[in-house]
Design a protein around this ligand. Structure first.
Ligand code: SF4
Length: 181
């Protein structure tokens, strides 16, 4: 797996201060994609053990809330296989920090469709706190939305959804949960 970028002290892709990893490779090709340069699976640099170590170390300070994984597309089969051990390591190392993942595919596609990889996808989902799902749709773009670009995208509370068996939305801080600001 290659990665296109890493942002440290990121506040745009999840709650609080985060380390954000952008993996390379996406076959979805949404219109007006924010990160077209990451469509190629060979974009960027190899995700080596040294890179993984650096990310894990960056999560240690108390002011860092957690890790976010974007793309490219993390649910491409190559990327799921490249991420699963790393995400389990982050979860085990920092049980009190949160892990967010952004996918252009829906929860239903990831959990029941062709993108569900036996022995891999469920392990990834077990590490996540929030999955932001669905493609970016330009016609549904809304600048007032937090942590997502278009209104079709959902912020899914993954542990609650796995427990309940149907999609449970993540609850934002009440002050941000409406457009009343
Ligand atoms: S899924 Fe994400 S990276 Fe892929 S084309 Fe859509 S917006 Fe771009």
């Amino acid at each position: 797996m290659n990665y296109a970028n890493i942002k440290y002290c990121d506040i745009a892709n999840g709650s609080g201060v985060r380390t954000t990893l952008f993996v390379s490779g996406c076959r979805l090709h949404c219109k007006n994609c924010f990160n077209e340069e990451a469509w190629s699976f060979s974009a960027g640099e190899p995700f080596t053990p040294a890179v993984a170590d650096k990310i894990v170390a960056s999560l240690a300070p108390d002011y860092v809330n957690g890790l976010s994984v974007l793309g490219g597309e993390p649910t491409e089969p190559e990327n799921q296989r490249g991420l699963v051990d790393f995400l389990e390591r982050v979860r085990a190392t920092y049980p009190d920090k949160d892990i967010w993942m952004y996918s252009g595919r829906t929860w239903e596609q990831i959990t029941r469709g062709e993108w569900h990889i036996p022995g891999v996808t469920d392990r990834i989902l077990a590490t996540l706190d929030v999955l932001v799902d669905g493609p970016f749709v330009q016609d549904l773009y809304d600048i007032t939305l937090r942590f997502r670009g278009s209104s079709n995208q959902r912020l899914i509370d993954v542990p609650a959804t796995l427990r309940r068996g149907n999609v449970v939305l993540w609850q934002d801080d009440p002050v941000f949960a409406t457009h009343m600001m």
